[in-house]
Design a protein. Structure first.
Length: 383
């Protein structure tokens, strides 16, 4: 049960740590900190939970490992769609079918995010919804000393910025959002309940369209495209074209649920020094921790949230903030665990964008190459 931001009660007493944003990054950080019991945590989010998030809701095998670390694997296993098959379609229309094993999960974000922040609350974190943070409070020395909600100024020893994208509170607010997306939900498609489709259509300039099965016979379908890709008729027109070309058969006779929704994503191939300050840490998409190529971000959000919690728990001093060792450790572990995946994602985009490589891969290597890339997404070897 979340509390009212504007009440005068004990719920808004000064915490040691304020976390802004209750998506996977913020709530994983809150759950880990609250579970250890050493640090009093207050989470603020501008939305009212459960809230819809524009997302394919695909949980990769590494994401499932992080859910286990959080103690939430069994809780979501019951509800998740276990996507054990993936049809990967290359730019030339060549198809590779992957199947077997546990694969990836689809858990609608409205349920995933609500479930994680709920677990954090049960572990002792305070959660205040419908509270937008309009800026960080900084002292005369430039160090963060809390947050400004426009209504109140709340102080803390450290602020975790977990505001996703686009956000004024991200590690580099001036950086452009790199990926545009648009998606919708349909009921009554012919997509099998355990199968997804990913299609690298040439019109998406190195990126892809997807159709993923959600619980209760719903499918989510969308496209990702670089922000600088030519979309002469606009993103909606491009989406309509791709729906027709890639998913016409799957969507025939299906009923759309609600309106199409878009949301920008940021991707990166580096983890900058600006993800840490003596009294602030940036996690998840607020730190741009999203893979190019796949636009996978939930796994990195959970992992960075837990890494941040560990750094805070071990290295936060009320007088001096997060020690240089604590900050360096957070950056080093993030880099070691995430950069190889980001670089692989960037390689995928470059190859898919290159005409010669596209033709080459389509004619010669397409089945093996696509299979090996796509198999990473479902955690299986190609059959
Ligand atoms: C179309 C699309 C499809 C995607 N598909 C996948 C996928 O299938 N699998 C995958 O792994 N990743 C996917 N991603 C990426 C993934 O959605 C994000 O990387 C992930 O949500 C990042 O988590 P986060 O916790 O950092 O931020 P978010 O989930 O964005 O959460 C941020 C939270 O902060 C709150 N907030 C923001 N600003 C403020 C403020 N000023 N004050 C208070 N609260 C604030 C927001 O309300 C929100 O609840 C997709 C992204 C897009 C756009």
């Amino acid at each position: 049960m979340a509390v009212d931001a504007h009440s005068e009660g004990d719920d808004m007493r000064r915490p040691r740590v304020i976390i802004v944003g209750a998506g996977p990054a913020g709530s994983a950080c809150a759950l880990t900190l609250a579970g250890r019991g050493n640090v009093d945590v207050l989470v603020l989010d501008k939305s009212s939970y459960p809230r819809v998030k524009v997302c394919g809701s695909g949980l990769s095998p590494s994401c499932l490992i992080h859910l286990r670390r959080l103690g939430l694997y069994d809780r979501f296993a019951r509800r998740a769609v276990h996507m054990t098959k993936l049809l990967a379609r290359g730019p030339s229309g060549h198809e590779v079918f992957l199947r077997g094993g546990k694969g990836a999960w689809i858990v609608p974000r409205v349920e995933l995010d609500h479930g994680i922040i709920g677990a954090a609350e049960r572990a002792g974190a305070r959660f205040v919804e419908e509270t937008k943070v309009v800026g960080l409070l900084r002292g005369p020395d430039g160090e963060v000393r809390g947050v400004d909600t426009g209504v109140a100024q709340l102080e803390a020893d450290l602020v975790v910025c977990a505001t996703g994208s686009p956000s004024r509170l991200s590690s580099d607010p001036s950086a452009p959002c790199s990926i545009r997306t648009i998606m919708g939900w349909w009921r009554g498609t012919s997509l099998p309940a355990d199968q997804g489709i990913m299609a690298w259509d040439r019109r998406l300039d190195g990126y892809y369209a997807w159709a993923f099965p959600e619980p209760d016979g719903v499918a989510n379908v969308g496209i990702t495209v670089p922000h600088d890709a030519a979309t002469p008729g606009g993103l909606k027109a491009l989406f309509a074209e791709i729906l027709d070309a890639q998913f016409g058969a799957v969507l025939r006779g299906a009923e759309p649920i609600g309106k199409w929704m878009g949301h920008p994503a940021v991707v990166t191939t580096r983890v900058g020094d600006d993800v840490t300050e003596p009294r602030a840490l940036f996690v998840g998409e607020a730190a741009r921790l999203v893979s190019p190529g796949t636009v996978e971000g939930i796994s990195f959000a959970l992992d960075s949230g837990m890494l941040a919690a560990d750094a805070i728990d071990r290295h936060l001093d009320a007088r001096t903030g997060l020690s240089p060792v604590g900050r360096a450790r957070y950056r080093a572990l993030s880099r070691a665990r995430m950069l190889p995946k980001f670089w692989a994602g960037e390689g995928l985009v470059r190859l898919m964008r290159s005409d010669r490589a596209r033709t080459w891969s389509a004619r010669v290597l397409s089945p093996q190459w696509l299979a090996s890339r796509a198999s990473r997404l479902v955690g299986e070897r190609p059959s």
